[in-house]
Design a protein around this ligand. Structure first.
Ligand code: PEP
Ligand code: MN
Length: 345
C-alpha cells in the first residue's frame, strides 16, 4: 500500500504514520519527492487498511500498488525518476554514465593503465572484477583482495568511481569496503541471500539482469534490495539467452523503455556481455544511447588479445575512444532533434 502524504506534511506527521505502519508488523519505506512524500507500507495489506490512516493528520490518500514489486514500481515514486549518486557521480536523469574497464583485474599495471585510458576518454567509473563468477572452476577466478586494492589505487590516481562484483555473501564486506558501487552479476540475480545483503549495504548496487530472466523477475530482484532499505539500485541489461548464435547473448534493448515505464530505477546497458563480439559493441552502444539508456558499462583492456577473460568482446583503447565520441555524437543528435528532411504535412 502506498500512503501519499499531503503537500507540506511535517516530519512528525510522517513519523507518526511510519510508527503506526510498523506497529502492525509491516515495514515502512519513506520516499521524499520534490513535492510529495510517499510512504510504502510493505506487508499484509489488510492490516494497513485496518489502521484507518485516511483522514489522519498529514495523510492525503492511500493507493494500493497492484504490481508484485512495490518499491521498484514507477507508481511508488509517482512518476519521478530516481537518480543514483555514486559518491558524486550521477546515474539516471539527464546524466549518461560511462563505466568502462577490464572484465577482470589482472595486475596493478593493467588496472592503472586501463583506468588512465578510460578516464581520459570521459568514463566516470572504472569496472573490473576481483572476484569472478567463471563458468569453469579451472578458469582464472580473480585476484581477490589484491585486485580490490589495485582498483582503489586507480581511483586515487584518476578520480574514477569503482564498480566491482561481489559474488557471495562471504566476501561482500570486503568488496563493499573498497568499492563505490557493488555489482551483482547475471548469475546471481536470484541469489536472494546475496540480494538481501546488498540491500543492507550503504553502497549503490549495479544489478545485472539474469540471462534468462523476465522483466518481472528482474524488478523483483531489485525489490529484494530495496525492501532491505537500500534504495540505490542501478539496473543493467546485459543480454539474454536466445536461439540466436551470431552473438553470445541477445541484447534486449526493448527492456530499456519497458523498465522506464514500469520502474523509477535507472537502467544502463552492457553491450560487451550483451553481444560477446567486439565488432558489435560500438553499434549496440549507439543503439543504447538512442533507446534512452542511462549509461553504458563496457569492457576495455590495453591489449584485449591478452586479456585473461572475455577478450573477444573487449575493446582496445582506440576502439573505446571511438565509442565515446560516437556515443556523444548520437546524444547530441538526439538532444538537437533536428530533422533535416523535407517537412511532411
Ligand atoms: C562481468 O561484468 O564481467 C560479468 C561477469 O557480467 P555478467 O554477470 O553480466 O555475465
Ligand atoms: Mn566479462
Amino acid at each position: 500500500m502506498m500512503i501519499v502524504m499531503k503537500e507540506g506534511a511535517t516530519e512528525e506527521q510522517v513519523k507518526r504514520v511510519v510508527d503506526r505502519v510498523e506497529s502492525v508488523g509491516c515495514s515502512a519505506h519513506v520516499s521524499k519527492g520534490d513535492v510529495l512524500t510517499v510512504i510504502g507500507a510493505i506487508g499484509d495489506r489488510d492490516r494497513v487498511a485496518a489502521l484507518g490512516l485516511e483522514g489522519t493528520d498529514g495523510v492525503d490518500h492511500l493507493v494500493p500498488i497492484l504490481k508484485p514489486y512495490k518499491l521498484a514500481s514507477a507508481q511508488f515514486r509517482k512518476g519521478e525518476r530516481t537518480v543514483i549518486d555514486v559518491d558524486g557521480r550521477r546515474v539516471g536523469g539527464d546524466d549518461f554514465a560511462l563505466i568502462a574497464g577490464p572484465c577482470t583485474v589482472e595486475s596493478r599495471d593493467q588496472t592503472l593503465e586501463v583506468a588512465r585510458v578510460v578516464a581520459e576518454h570521459g568514463a566516470s567509473m572504472l569496472r573490473g572484477g576481483a572476484y569472478k563468477p567463471r563458468t569453469s572452476p579451472y578458469s582464472f577466478q580473480g585476484l581477490g583482495e589484491n585486485g580490490l586494492r589495485y582498483l582503489a589505487e586507480a581511483r586515487e590516481e584518476t578520480g574514477l568511481g569503482i564498480v566491482t562484483e561481489a559474488v557471495d555473501v562471504e566476501t561482500f564486506d570486503l568488496v563493499e569496503h573498497y568499492t563505490d558501487c557493488v555489482q551483482i552479476g547475471a548469475r546471481n540475480m536470484q541469489n536472494f541471500s546475496l540480494l538481501r545483503r546488498a540491500g543492507r549495504s550503504r553502497r549503490p548496487i549495479l544489478l545485472k539482469r539474469g540471462m534468462s530472466s523476465t522483466l518481472e523477475e528482474f524488478l523483483m530482484a531489485a525489490e529484494y534490495i530495496l525492501a532491505e532499505g537500500n534504495y540505490n539500485v542501478i539496473l543493467c541489461e546485459r543480454g539474454v539467452r536466445t536461439f540466436a548464435d551470431h552473438t553470445r547473448n541477445t541484447l534486449d534493448l526493448s527492456v530499456v523503455p519497458a523498465v522506464q515505464s514500469l520502474s523509477h530505477l535507472p537502467i544502463i546497458v552492457d553491450p560487451s556481455h550483451g553481444t560477446g563480439k567486439r565488432d558489435k559493441v560500438l553499434p549496440l552502444s549507439l543503439a543504447a544511447v538512442a533507446v534512452g539508456a542511462s549509461g553504458l558499462i563496457v569492457e576495455v583492456h590495453p591489449t584485449p588479445e591478452h586479456a585473461l577473460s572475455d577478450g573477444y568482446q573487449t575493446l582496445d583503447p582506440g576502439q573505446f575512444a571511438e565509442l565515446t565520441s560516437s556515443c556523444r555524437a548520437v546524444a547530441e543528435l538526439l538532444a538537437a532533434r533536428h530533422f533535416s528532411g523535407r517537412e511532411l504535412h
